[in-house]
Design a protein around this ligand. Structure first.
Ligand code: DX5
Ligand code: ZN
Length: 249
């Protein structure tokens, strides 16, 4: 990795942090026959980062994509790429994903024996590191690595498919982590839409992964604007939130 590439990545990670609270469109429901067009439409719609769902047909029953798609997107966008690894052996693919252009790399706590070692291995690759947890897994599993990650991804559906209903267990998990870790980035993923995103924000979430509510709408820009309005409505400080402007918690 060249020093230019490393500088660009640090810049994207900084931009990512400064852009929160923020909606991250998940490309899971995109038209993969026209990924370039989808990227352009999401960028025009105001997306400030993209969430990429990598599934291996083993950790989850679904299969999506791997490094070539991440690398292809990287060549066509400067948006931060937030890669969610729903795979059984995340460390095997961590370095290739970083080489492909991931800026944030999130592994599932259920997929590794030693979450602290996994977090450190990923952090050593020079990317921001996240740890994800499914609704049916015990939060105790997360405890050891909370001091070793940049972000916690609280799944609000069981990982594997888009279009599932939001599980409110995510709200109590977010609230509890927000109270204990004021500076940790918190992300929620699954079933988020305009009608529930305000309460997810009120629970302390910074990064809102949204698939169907954007990609299955007729107007991505309108969908993202509506989600942003609702984030502002749920903002714990009551302050409005403009793109690129960090809200006070
Ligand atoms: C679920 C994925 C999500 C999903 C969200 O396994 O991690 O990112 O794409 O999609 P919606 O918003 O449709 O639940
Ligand atoms: Zn995801």
């Amino acid at each position: 990795m060249s020093s230019d590439a490393n500088r660009n990545r640090s810049e994207r990670i900084r931009v990512f942090r400064e852009s929160t609270p923020m909606v991250l469109p998940s490309v899971l429901n995109a038209d993969f026959g026209d990924l370039g067009g989808e990227l352009q439409r999401l960028t025009d719609a105001g997306a400030r980062a993209l969430h990429l769902d990598v599934m291996d047909g083993h950790f989850v029953p679904n299969l999506t994509f791997g490094m070539p798609i991440v690398e292809g997107l990287r060549r066509h966008t400067d948006l931060p790429l937030d890669v969610h690894l729903m795979i059984s052996d995340p460390l095997r693919y961590a370095a290739p994903m970083v080489d492909a252009g991931a800026d944030m790399l999130t592994f599932h706590v259920e997929a590794v024996d030693d979450p602290v070692a996994a977090a450190q291995t990923i952090a050593d690759l020079g990317v921001a590191v996240g740890v994800a947890i499914n609704p049916d897994a015990s939060m105790d599993q997360l405890e050891p690595c909370l001091d070793h990650v940049d972000m916690v991804l609280i799944m609000s559906v069981q990982a594997g498919f888009g279009g599932q209903a939001f599980n409110p267990i995510a709200l109590e998990r977010l609230r509890s982590l927000r109270n204990r870790y004021p500076d940790l980035l918190l992300e929620a993923d699954g079933g988020i839409k305009a009608s529930n995103i305000a309460e997810v924000r009120a629970a302390g979430c910074d990064c809102f992964v949204v698939g169907s509510a954007i990609l299955k709408s007729d107007d991505y820009g309108k969908a993202i604007d509506e989600l942003n309005d609702q984030i502002a409505a749920g903002n714990p400080s009551g302050a409005d939130v403009s793109p690129g402007q960090e809200a006070t918690r």
